[in-house]
Ligand binder design. Structure first.
Ligand SMILES: [Zn+2]
Length: 364
């Protein structure tokens, strides 16, 4: 998967590759842009190009092969959400004393480290930055350049100050990427020490065109739905499980039934009963919760007269009828209750019961 596979933002990609060609890459780069624009994908591509053993050239500029041992190992972190979930789960299984001292990091190649925000606060913590400081001054082990990717550069204060020290004295052979959808939240002293590149959002129409090429087997209305649900994220769109989404959405609509005046709860109980314990039930419940959020948000768009923002456009008439049934305060309360269900899931409350009480509490 070379640079030519990156969609959109051709100028920014070209700038990065020209800097690679000059072999004088900046020590720190802020790559900003909305969620789904490809910030992480692009920084991974640069990490591969820096360390590729074959160093191919395309259009006169550095590229990467995608199949040498460095490219392959770096690419193992391309599925960042999965690697992140594995790291979090590994920490959950530690003894309490070790748990407190373990920070979430993703490393599939010795010279490329990804620093995601650390849950539950979802902020970068000082211990994560200390880990970076501890190793960044050593020469690369197997590659030519050490790469540090802060996949969501949202720092706790102490962590930001620690990072500043590295940026004041960066080593020759390391590059730090700060990925952010809100770069103005970074300390001015950090911003002034970084080169800043911006990625423009990918529009829903562009995602649809991309899906027409990569997912020709999908129906056009499915491609339109996925493009909107994925909010411009190409990677997510391509691997989207439409059938699972539609099933979750059907369940979500059943859960909203009591709030819409359905008095017979037998359909509701039949649906919630399928949300069981265990890992499979967890993934299914998470998808249901995400889908419920998107339906509630669509109802909010419809109520506020911004129907062009509705994501589940294929069922817009049904959503409009539902929106007419409720007021803003109800939607706010529903979102809040959904947040409680979500945190209850983390404490392993019985899923079917939590969903039942969510649905019946919204009854009016
Ligand atoms: Zn390679």
């Amino acid at each position: 998967m070379p640079f030519s596979d990156f969609h959109g933002n051709a100028e920014t990609v070209r700038t990065l590759r020209e800097m690679l060609a000059r072999a004088h890459f900046p020590h720190a780069v802020i790559l900003s842009g909305p969620q789904g624009a490809g910030k992480f994908t692009l920084s991974q591509m640069v990490a591969k190009a820096m360390n590729c053993l074959e160093r191919p050239v395309a259009d006169g500029l550095p590229d990467f092969c995608g199949h040498c041992s460095n490219c392959v190992r770096i690419a193992e972190a391309d599925a960042l959400e999965e690697r992140f979930a594995e790291a979090v789960e590994a920490r959950e299984n530690l003894r309490d004393a070790d748990k407190r001292e373990t920070r979430i990091l993703v490393q599939t190649h010795p010279d490329v480290l990804i620093v995601p925000p650390d849950p539950p606060q979802m902020l970068v913590k000082v211990d994560q930055v200390r880990h970076v400081i501890h190793e960044i001054y050593y020469k690369p082990v197997e590659g030519r350049e050490r790469v540090y990717i802060f996949s969501d550069a949202d720092f706790m204060k102490e962590a930001a100050n620690a990072l500043l020290k590295v940026l004041e004295e960066p080593p020759e052979f390391a590059t730090i990427f700060l990925l952010s959808d809100n770069p103005s939240a970074l300390l001015p002293t950090i911003r002034s020490r970084c080169m800043h590149l911006r990625l423009a959002p990918v529009t829903a129409t562009e995602v649809e065109q991309y899906l027409a090429r990569t997912r020709p087997e999908w129906k056009p209305r499915e491609r339109a739905l996925v493009a909107r649900v994925c909010g411009g994220g190409l990677g997510r769109a391509r691997s989207f499980d439409v059938a699972a989404y539609l099933a979750a959405r059907q369940d979500a609509l059943t859960l909203l039934g009591p709030a819409m005046g359905v008095r017979d709860h037998s359909d509701l109980f039949r649906v919630t009963d399928t949300y069981r314990a265990g890992a499979e039930g967890k993934a299914k419940t998470e998808q249901l919760i995400r889908t419920l959020y998107s339906l509630l948000e669509d109802m909010l768009f419809l109520k506020s007269g911004t129907s062009d923002l509705v994501r589940n456009q294929d069922i817009q008439p049904e959503l409009a009828r539902m929106a007419e049934n409720v007021d803003f305060a109800w939607i706010v309360a529903a979102v809040q209750r959904l947040g409680e269900v979500e945190s209850g899931m983390r404490r392993n409350l019985l899923r079917s019961l939590a969903l039942d009480s969510f649905a019946t509490a919204l009854e009016r």
